[in-house]
Structure formats: structure tokens, C-alpha cells
Write a protein that binds this ligand. Structure first.
Ligand code: KG4
Ligand code: ZN
Length: 355
């Protein structure tokens, strides 16, 4: 029997019997090889993350070719560990979910190929997941939040404000016009010789600094726009460091880190406040790697208090890349019967609205 028919039959059978649905999820869009088993989109039976941070640290950032190679080396082991941790065998799985976009193309390719192989070998449905939908689903995993809500998704590749309506229809209200917030953290951390990944390093350095010490400029975007821009801020920090170096003056790393971090967070909070007011949304979901930032977590909490809005912030380990969030995002698609097939291919770019 061909794969499509086998998966369809299996799907029809499984959805009729009403048993718990175990989804094996795979995530390999950047520098973590991750696999998880998620039951009914809510219960994390296992979550394994093999981080490549130590490998990329020696290069000062993610090297795409190296990332792909390490994914290839780790993927089978990570999936096996996820099954073991879940105390399940391959026969207990009902579907395979995988991040297929957006991200590093070679890295995505490894996860997609593995997921297709498992789905085909087992004759079970395959579900391609958009990475940002995964990040948003982390909130659902931690607190059970259903649309409608406003989502601020901040990662190494994206900075977006999304309106998610009942039924899951998404409208992008704003996005970065240049660098993503996480990308700006990574670049400034490199300039300050704080290493990779930059977000946690800047946050740590900022603890000892004064956020008012240096007045870095805030982007001036038109009133009514919910877009972000971080390249001006990044350039002004670089210029500041350059001027100090040329003048032979010392740089207070902690003050630079604290002032830069404050400027990024103020921009994120300002636009989120405006978007909440404009849409009248009463729930805010924070998602993505930068959502691990302590200052941002505190500021969104305060914003919720100020506007009387429910704020959902996933635990730290669900903010940065993991596969559990991919399994959670795949589940509604599974229920709706919106399945992928073996034509699924990795895509470096894909708008969330087009998923
Ligand atoms: O979501 P993620 O794990 O991968 C992408 O989808 O990009 O996000 C990684 C990004 C990196 O840019 C990293 O520096 C940033 O999230 N990040 C942070 C923090 N932890 C991670 N940025 C600011 N503060 C943090 N504590
Ligand atoms: Zn991510």
C-alpha cells in the first residue's frame, strides 16, 4: 500500500477509536536537535534537546553547515531518547510532526527527512509545522490558552506581533523591519566579546549595569504602525563602542548591556501596549527565545497589570527551541485532518499566515 493510503486509513481508524493521540515531534531549524512526544497536544510525555551551543561557541555564532552535520549525527539518538523517556515504542505513535519552516535550510532538511522516514515506515500521518506556530503553542502547553489572543513572538529570527483569532486565523500586525530582537542581542554580545548565544550573556552582564547610563536612540516608527526596528539601535551601540575605543576610553560592559537591553525591551513593550489597546485583546501570549529574558518577562507582567490583560509567559525551557512546542502546534492540525504528505519540503522562509 502506498504511504498516503496507509496514513489515511490509520488516521481514520485512530480518530474513530478516540484513544489518546501520541505525536512524535521533531525540531531542527537552528542549533538544537530536539524530539518530543506530546499527548493530545497538551501532555509532554518527553522532551529531549541536544544543544549545539558548545560546538558553535568556538566560531562565535551558528555556522549553518556545521549545524546540519551535527543534526544528522544526533537526530536518531534524540528521537530514540524521546521514545525511551516517554516509555513508548514506535508502534505507540499516531503521527509525526516536524518543523519545516522557517529556519536554516540545511538544518530543517535533516528534521524533515527524518520525520518523513518515520512517518513512511510506520504508515502514520505527517504534519509539517511552522516554527513560530510552535513558539506560540508553548503558551498553550504551559497554561492552556486558546485564541483569541495577541502574541508577541521574539526570537533569533523573528520579532512579530500577531493577532490570533478563534479558529486559529492569524493576522500579522507588525514585524521587525530589519534585525530580529534576538539577532540584535547576539550581535551586540559579539561586539562586547560576551560570546554566543548573546541573549543570556547580555542579560547576565546587564545585572551589574545601569540601564540609564547611556541614552541609545529609540527607533521612530510612524504612529499606528506596529513594526519594530533594531538596526539603528545596534549601529548606535557599535558606534559608541568604536568611539570609546578610538579615544582610548574604557567601556563599562555592564552599563552598555543594561542600556541596550532596556532600549530593546522598551520598544517591544511600547508596540505591544499600542497593539493591545488598538485590538482590544484581553490575552497576551509571549513566545520565542527572547521571551526567556527576565526583564521582558517582568515588563509584560506589568503591562498586563496596567491594562487588565491576562499575560501568558511559558516557562524558560519552553521559550527557547524545543520539540514539545512543535507537537503541541501540530495537534489542532491533526484534529482538523490537515495533514502533510511526503512532498513536504524544508523552506527557509515562510510567512505564518501561509502555513
Ligand atoms: O527561539 P530561539 O531559541 O531560536 C530561534 O527561533 O531563533 O531564540 C534564540 C534567540 C537568540 O537570539 C538568543 O540570544 C535569544 O533568543 N535569547 C535571549 C535570551 N535567551 C535567549 N535574548 C534575551 N534574553 C535572554 N535571556
Ligand atoms: Zn525558535
Amino acid at each position: 500500500m502506498r504511504y498516503n493510503e496507509a496514513a489515511k486509513l490509520r488516521y481514520e481508524w485512530d480518530t474513530k477509536t478516540g484513544q489518546p493521540v501520541n505525536i512524535l515531534a521533531i525540531e531542527s531549524s537552528c542549533d538544537e536537535t530536539a524530539a518530543a512526544v506530546v499527548q493530545n497536544g497538551r501532555v509532554i510525555l518527553s522532551s529531549v534537546i541536544a544543544s549545539q551551543i558548545a560546538t558553535h561557541q568556538q566560531f562565535g555564532g551558528v555556522v549553518p553547515e556545521v549545524a546540519s552535520r551535527v543534526h544528522v549525527e544526533s537526530i536518531t539518538r534524540v528521537v530514540e531518547e524521546a521514545l525511551q523517556e516517554a516509555k513508548l515504542t514506535l508502534a505507540d505513535l499516531h503521527a509525526v510532526a516536524v518543523t519545516y519552516a522557517p529556519g536554516l535550510i540545511g538544518a530543517l532538511f535533516v528534521g524533515v527527512t527524518a520525520a518523513k522516514s518515520y512517518a513512511q515506515a510506520l504508515g502514520i500521518p505527517l504534519i509539517g509545522v511552522h516554527h513560530l506556530a510552535g513558539h506560540m503553542a508553548a503558551a498553550h502547553l504551559s497554561e492552556g490558552v486558546d485564541p483569541p489572543f495577541l502574541a508577541l513572538v521574539v526570537s533569533g529570527g523573528h520579532t512579530e506581533l500577531l493577532k490570533v483569532e478563534t479558529g486559529g486565523v492569524m493576522t500579522r500586525l507588525g514585524q521587525t523591519r530589519d534585525d530580529a530582537a534576538g539577532e540584535a542581542f547576539d550581535k551586540i554580545a559579539r561586539a562586547l566579546a560576551l560570546g554566543y548565544p548573546g541573549g543570556p550573556a547580555i542579560q547576565k552582564a546587564a545585572e551589574a549595569g545601569n540601564p540609564q547610563a547611556i541614552e541609545f536612540p529609540r527607533a521612530k516608527l510612524p504612529e499606528g504602525s506596529f513594526d519594530f526596528s533594531f538596526s539603528g539601535l545596534k549601529s548606535s551601540v557599535m558606534l559608541y563602542l568604536d568611539r570609546r575605543a578610538k579615544a582610548g576610553m574604557p567601556v563599562d560592559q555592564a552599563d552598555v548591556a543594561a542600556s541596550f537591553q532596556m532600549a530593546v525591551m522598551e520598544a517591544l513593550i511600547d508596540k505591544t501596549r499600542q497593539a493591545l489597546k488598538a485590538t482590544g485583546m484581553t490575552t497576551l501570549v509571549l513566545a520565542g527565545g527572547v521571551a526567556a529574558n527576565t526583564l521582558l518577562r517582568r515588563r509584560v507582567g506589568e503591562l498586563g497589570g496596567e491594562l487588565g490583560v491576562r499575560v501568558v509567559v511559558p516557562p524558560l525551557w519552553l521559550c527557547t527551541d524545543n520539540a514539545a512546542m512543535i507537537g503541541a502546534a501540530a495537534y489542532p492540525r491533526y484534529l482538523q485532518g490537515r495533514l502533510s504528505d511526503l512532498r513536504l519540503t524544508a523552506q527557509a522562509n515562510l510567512r505564518l499566515e501561509d502555513w
